[in-house]
Design a protein around this ligand. Structure first.
Ligand code: SF4
Length: 126
């Protein structure tokens, strides 16, 4: 499966909220697939599986591409990976936890994201 790096963080904090009902349903299905043992993911710098059901995806380009690309860049650097790398989903989740969450970097990596309040709030509740 093809996934944008910052979507590892979106998956971590997903609580059933999103851009539309169709987006949320697709996100649930996708996360279910990814949670199976051995699910492999290739990191992309463009629209991915989750974007495929997003109303902000216009012909394969995100409406806020500049912003999300910057978030992807900070996320992938913190996970010490590169675009095009393939890894197990469980490994990506562990890298995000180790390289971003445990370092207190969530607000920095995801700055400018409209969902940061929800994710940072959930993180501080833990
Ligand atoms: S907002 Fe952009 S990056 Fe996020 S899921 Fe939608 S199309 Fe993809």
């Amino acid at each position: 499966m093809i996934i944008r790096p910052h979507h590892v963080l979106c998956a971590h904090f997903f609580v059933g909220k999103g851009y539309s009902e169709a987006f949320v349903a697709h996100m649930r299905q996708t996360l279910e697939l990814l949670s199976r043992d051995g699910a492999a993911v290739t990191l992309t710098d463009g629209c991915d599986e989750l974007c495929s059901a997003c109303p902000n995806n216009h012909g394969g380009v995100c409406e806020t591409e500049t912003k999300v690309r910057a978030i992807d860049g900070r996320a992938i650097a913190a996970m010490q990976l590169h675009f095009g790398d393939t890894a197990a989903w469980s490994d990506l989740c562990a890298r995000a936890e180790r390289g971003i969450l445990a370092q207190g970097l969530l607000r920095e990596v995801c700055r400018d994201c409209e969902w940061i309040g929800l994710c940072a709030g959930a993180e501080s509740d833990k």
